[in-house]
Design a protein around this ligand. Structure first.
Ligand code: SAH
Ligand code: SF4
Length: 342
């Protein structure tokens, strides 16, 4: 294992067979340590906080793992108004957020005209805007970019086409890949990522996922363990393995040393202090949820989202988090945190 890690540190490249060997390794401490070292060298000790606004839980898709899927009739649906989104923005800016992430289900009500208006208003605050609103056409992505969106998150979820199709009954694998290409071509900082622990997912396919992130030169990578959610076709499956997800994340750091990598909420949901462990294994970003209490509860992608944090109001949470970060030798960044900044 030491030889493979040394090669990764020297060349930022690994063969699939080498990634597979790391993913199978029993004692992964060395991998986490190497990823932490790379993170420190390329990104420093600053943590970028991205304020997450979950502005609609209405979705036309039917991803088999997700609580927001269209056929889940048991959740109460909502959309924030433009005014609510802008109020949330204002509070976030006052708390010091330099990036806002607008996330939702694929909700056609928020067409390009409505989204453009919202993005243009948010951009008046001099913050970076990240969108996480699913699949659109090239022209739609282009319009959103022109009105100020800086970044876009769209996970490939898995690069195993058969598995992708088994998880996404109404979606097209090639289209997902095309979306990532459009975003890159349009100059978005482009984020992807995968779920770890999907049914019948293999270690080999996770290695392919990592090589895929490298091949598209992703600017951000979010790795989330799968968490079963009630009232979905996958409700009775077991959750993904926290340490396997951590390994996938750490290896992504080794191969893409200068990108932004969030310590995902799903990691914290599966394991207390999971996000801190992630920050010590290659991650350099946290996305605190700043949606108001009432709506946050209704955005049930999976149960107990943010179970161990974010119970308090956004200010209290941010203060607590800053203290916690200082205790591990890290601090909250005051920049927008693009890939190329430190
Ligand atoms: N609709 C957009 C954004 C919201 S979903 C989209 O799909 O891109 C954001 C992410 O939540 C998805 O990419 C998926 O990886 C993750 N997710 C959904 N259900 C999940 C579950 N049960 N466990 C863990 N992550 C999940
Ligand atoms: Fe909709 Fe995204 Fe959930 Fe799929 S993962 S059902 S697109 S919110």
């Amino acid at each position: 294992m030491s030889k493979i890690l040394e090669k990764a540190l020297n060349t930022q490249f690994l063969e699939k067979s080498e990634i597979v060997e790391l993913l199978y390794a029993e004692n992964a401490e060395q991998i986490f340590f190497a990823a932490d070292k790379v993170r420190k060298e390329y990104k420093g000790d600053a943590i970028h906080l991205r304020g997450l606004i979950e502005f609609s839980n209405i979705c036309k898709r039917n991803c088999n793992y997700c609580g927001l899927r269209k056929d889940n009739k048991s959740i109460e649906r909502y959309r924030l108004t433009k005014e609510e989104i802008l109020d949330c923005t204002k509070s976030a800016v006052e708390l010091g957020y330099k990036t806002l992430v607008l996330q939702s289900g694929e909700d056609s009500y928020f067409d390009i005209e409505r989204l453009s208006e919202i993005i243009s208003e948010i951009k008046k605050y001099d913050v970076a805007v990240t969108l996480s609103i699913g699949e659109k056409t090239f022209d739609e992505y282009k319009s959103l970019k022109l009105c100020g969106a800086d970044r876009y998150l769209i996970r490939i979820e898995t690069t195993d086409k058969n598995l992708y199709e088994a998880c996404h009954p109404d979606m097209n694998f090639q289209n997902r890949i095309d979306c990532l290409k459009y975003l890159k071509n349009l100059g978005y900082e482009t984020g992807s990522g995968c779920l770890v622990g999907l049914p019948n997912q293999t270690i080999e396919s996770l290695a392919d996922d990592i090589l895929f992130f490298k091949s598209i030169n992703a600017d951000m990578i979010g790795i989330g363990p799968f968490i079963p959610c009630e009232n979905t076709p996958f409700e009775n499956l077991k959750a993904g393995d926290f340490y396997l997800a951590l390994k996938v994340m750490a290896i992504a750091r080794l191969l893409l040393p200068d990108i932004n990598i969030p310590a995902t909420t799903a990691m914290e949901t599966l394991k207390k202090d999971g996000q801190i462990l992630a920050l010590q294994s290659g991650a350099n970003v946290i996305m605190p949820n700043i949606t108001d209490e009432k709506h946050k509860k209704l955005y049930k992608i999976y149960p107990n989202k943010g179970a161990y944090n974010e119970k308090d109001n956004p200010k209290k949470y941010r203060d607590c988090l800053s203290q916690k970060l200082l205790s591990i030798g890290r601090f909250v960044s005051d920049t927008k945190g693009f890939r190329k900044d430190i």
